[in-house]
Design a protein around this ligand. Sequence first.
Ligand SMILES: Cc1cc2nc3c(=O)[nH]c(=O)nc-3n(C[C@H](O)[C@H](O)[C@H](O)COP(=O)(O)OP(=O)(O)OC[C@H]3O[C@@H](n4cnc5c(N)ncnc54)[C@H](O)[C@@H]3O)c2cc1C
Length: 476
Amino acid sequence: MKRIAIVGGGIAGLTAAYELELARKRGADIDWQLYEAGNRLGGIVETTHSQGFILEGGPDAWVSEKPWARELAVELGLESELISSNDATRKTYILIDGQLHPMPDRMRMMVPQDLSALEGSALFSDTARQAYANEPGRAKELRSEAPEEDESVASFVRRHFGEEVLTKIGAPLLSGVFGGDVARLSVRAVMPNFVALEREHGSLIAGLQAKARGGRPAQPIFTTLRNGLGTLIDAIVAQLPPERLNLNRSALSLKRQGKRWLLRTSAFATEGRTSKKHFHHVLFATPIDATRALLEPLDPGAAALIPADASSAVLAAFCWAAETASTFSIPQGFGFLVPQTQPTAEPQLLAATFVDQKFPDRAPAGARIIRVFFGGRSADALAPQSDETIAAAAFAQLTKILGPLPTPDASLTTVRGWPRSLPQYEVGHLERMAQLDQRVSKLGNLTLLGNGYRGVGLPDLVRDARNAARECSRVG
Ligand SMILES: Cc1cc2nc3c(=O)[nH]c(=O)nc-3n(C[C@H](O)[C@H](O)[C@H](O)COP(=O)(O)OP(=O)(O)OC[C@H]3O[C@@H](n4cnc5c(N)ncnc54)[C@H](O)[C@@H]3O)c2cc1C
């Protein structure tokens, strides 16, 4: 019998467990155990329900274009729970000089599909609009000058559209997903579709237009679950035998012993010592810092290839019951982004989501939820503060931007911090990951899962975890 350990009970570890359990039920001669350091499963995916409000502490949706999270949800019987973002009212605003400016319609990140949509936009100066207008005509030059090697997102966006587009929308859009610094993020790792468009068409605008003519029906931008993403975690856990899920059990070290791995974990409180068990295969689905520490004694060179930097996130959600919500209005749309142009003395908001406008059924009829998000240095500065201090700082900034707001319902205000949760895929990331794969495969029967390697979004993590678990459930 092949014994398999999964370390980490976030979406990556749980999905791997689900796939192993499927294989076991089908008769594969395997035995698996999952070890989770905390007292709950789901990791960064965390939904709370209160007074008819659905509050996400981490991710709130996945990108519909990537099919793997949806496939898993359907397989788990959640098809009727799948909902889409309210794209008919989709609008994202950018804060420039204290004013919210809507992004023009039909933008795919920083690339417009329709140049005429830029005409009325006060977001861009004439220079930026001209840079957009010129880009399709520079297709040949852009294709021939594309570097052979990876480059930063900043340099890629600058080559196509110039500095203003980078700072006003490129950087804030990317920071919202990856945290961090566009001057260091790898374009090949975080925007592979745009790199492919450049290779094929030179111009990103022409490339998007050609794709649109290709006629695949537009699908909603985001998909989520009616009762929150925690439903996905609950549905996976419902398929797993509880005796295989070990909570409050941290992996402390891993050692090779002959053909097997010896995994040492913290014991249950009552046992009062550490526990050691042998496994034939180990899947690390831990955050990058934990994985690096576990891998270091086995191969320091491999550990050094794991992304060194990761961005933190601090979120605060504010709720208003229908009666209070009817006394104020906010702009129509999904929310706003704040370009982090100058380092400021006080922590600066990175983004806000108008939750009840972005998704249906997140709040009782007429009620309102606004969730704000700090990233990078601002999140690090706020993280040690109390929830009350963080909520007060977030609310003060929100009112500065949206104008006076009635006091939110204190019993529903939630604050959540995720330190070093978004790994930075820096320039050269894909090459480093290829080297890391090679080194880890030399160690034998060890797999790295989670958001440090091949994508940070839920669909990527689900795809990876399922593939890895299928591979390792093949006994032999
Ligand atoms: C604020 C925020 C918003 C996001 N929004 C979105 C979004 O809208 N859409 C999207 O697709 N993605 C989003 N992401 C990204 C996505 O949520 C994460 O990449 C993903 O949830 C990470 O899952 P994971 O299983 O790799 O890691 P985690 O969820 O971090 O799980 C790892 C688990 O390992 C455990 N662990 C740590 N050390 C040990 C140890 N030594 N032994 C045992 N267990 C250990 C931890 O306790 C944790 O439970 C967001 C991320 C953040 C931070």
